[in-house]
Write a protein that binds this ligand. Structure first.
Ligand code: ZN
Length: 164
């Protein structure tokens, strides 16, 4: 287990990072969150795509929000049925429903990422959701129905690019 990876990572008291098998680590709730509540802040600054890390969040065709060190939100795993969405303008992950203490915090990567395959960041999802998309490659690869399902929680960039 690569616990060294966690050294120096600052985690708010309301959250904690736990080992999660093949996923590496997960960020989990350390108390109950109510639907609509702020769960985790998104730290970082806009950087160009070619210098961004795999944990960065896309904000335009060429820029990502990134940090030069690991932060708590880097441990938020993807789920095709997430319990938070990322409000990029306010820089907060917001609870989509009530979240219990001990529950893993997730967000849908394809609500912010246009094309992960181009960066070699695509992966096989094992979230277990009945709506699981399987191969997570980027918003641009989704079918019309798949795009419509996450339309309400898209980033401003993807909302602009979403033609359905
Ligand atoms: Zn999935």
């Amino acid at each position: 287990m690569q616990t060294d990876r966690l050294r120096g990572v600052v985690v708010p008291e309301t959250l904690k990072i736990v080992p999660a098998g093949s996923k590496g680590f997960s960020l989990v709730a350390n108390r109950r969150f109510r639907s609509g509540e702020k769960v985790c802040f998104l730290a970082g600054e806009p950087v160009d795509a070619d210098v961004s890390t795999p944990e960065a969040v896309q904000i335009s065709d060429t820029q990502f929000i990134d940090t030069d060190h690991l932060v708590a939100e880097d441990f938020i795993n993807h789920s095709c049925s997430p319990n938070t969405w990322l409000d990029i303008e306010r820089r907060w992950f917001i609870a989509l429903r009530d979240i219990s203490r001990g529950e893993e915090i997730t967000y849908h990567y394809l609500t912010t990422e246009w094309d992960m395959e181009v960066w070699g960041a695509d992966f096989r999802c094992a979230c277990g959701s009945p709506d699981c998309l399987g191969h997570i490659r980027g918003f641009k690869y989704l079918t019309r129905d798949e795009k419509l399902r996450i339309k309400p929680i898209l980033s401003p960039l993807l909302r602009e690019k979403c033609e359905v």
